[in-house]
Design a binder for this molecule. Sequence first.
Ligand code: PLP
Length: 450
Amino acid sequence: MSLASSSAAGTYELDRAHVLHSWSAQAELDPMVVERAEGVHVWDGEGRCYLDFTSQLVNTNIGHQHPAVVQAIQSQAEQLCTISPACATEPRSRAARLIAERTPEGLDKVFFTNGGAEAVENAVRMARLHTGRHKVLSRYRSYHGATTTAINLTGDPRRWPNEQSGAGAVHFFGPHPYRSPFHSRDEGEECRRALEHLEQVIELEGPETVAALVLETVPGTAGIMPPPPGYLRGVRELCDRYGIVYIADEVMAGFGRTGAWFAVQHYDVAPDLIAFAKGVNSGYVPLGGVAVNEAIASTFDHRAYPGGLTYSGHPLACAAAVATITAMDEEGIVDNAATVGAEVLGPGLRELAERHPSIGDVRGLGVFWALELVTDRATKEPVAPYGGSSPVMKRLVAECAEAGLLIPTTYHRVHVVPPCTITAQQAREGLAVLDGALDTVDRTLAEQRG
Ligand code: PLP
């Protein structure tokens, strides 16, 4: 990497000398130095501006450096930076109320954490203590975080190197019409077969041993797969029938990403617990949590809840959440995500699929979309292997970056996940860059076919 500014060059050198990065082979890394960011844009160490279609791990739903959130953090820092979670503080009380007002009815208590994986850990812990059972069901093609319980529940290749201590994690197939594990002909059949399969898994595992079912409402990093109509209602019914706690993992899908405060609201279901993080304050200060219904919350009325960390419910993080949720309301940011998704991103991506034979599938909602890239639409062979990458995907990312667009890819998929604040015009600009990079993908695949 060549860097114009000497401070950026110094940052890069220090990073390479002393920082051990997450999820990476260190010798292969060439991290971008980021100097600043604002709204939907990020500037690198050379002063180049990028449109951010990544939202930085699908996190900055409100965009970068929102002035009201920055101001709220500053004001809170002047008053009270930190305090034991045993104390009651105004930002935590207000954040809890704002969150409870936006979750489905009945989830009125909030347990705060420092991020998403820890939210899943605590949701599972609550479910186990509430039911007295141990096993937890989760779907293949899912991600729940990198701490021990959460990574073992994860249903994608990131779990594999961590699997030594996965006691109690049981995986099932969720619906995936494009690559149906059930060989279904349509969404209705996929939904029915997925629910029959899930019930069989519950029966074969022994319902009296199953504490919880953890499900991303719209699986995110595993492929942004909105569930077919009726699936989540069916999951809710199965959980009720067998006394299993239904945990919705909305760490990625929550807080506006899908064009609703919580994705479950599109499907009219109320889980028992919702794990959240990211969009709750767009990651300005680390925060996550679990929204808890009365039945589970009351388990801990006269019995101590055995969990919590020193920084849980941190005042700066909660002040950022209050400002974020308030600004999202005042500026209509959740509605903006719904509108840009329905009017620009969805139609725009489907149009790209008409022009580019490498696009096998387009799916999503709100500002939460995925493309599957395939070598051949008939065979659906992915352009990169499950759990791996390929030169054609690396080239697509590099070509987009060269044209000023940051775009995330996972294996053979391209994800389109800009901040919820993106304008229609900015969304179109990003799609135009992607269009050009997909020309290269098509050309490369045609050359490979000979
Ligand atoms: N659950 C889901 C659905 C996620 O997408 C993620 C992270 O991307 C997590 C949990 C873990 O969150 P964190 O990285 O904040 O621990």
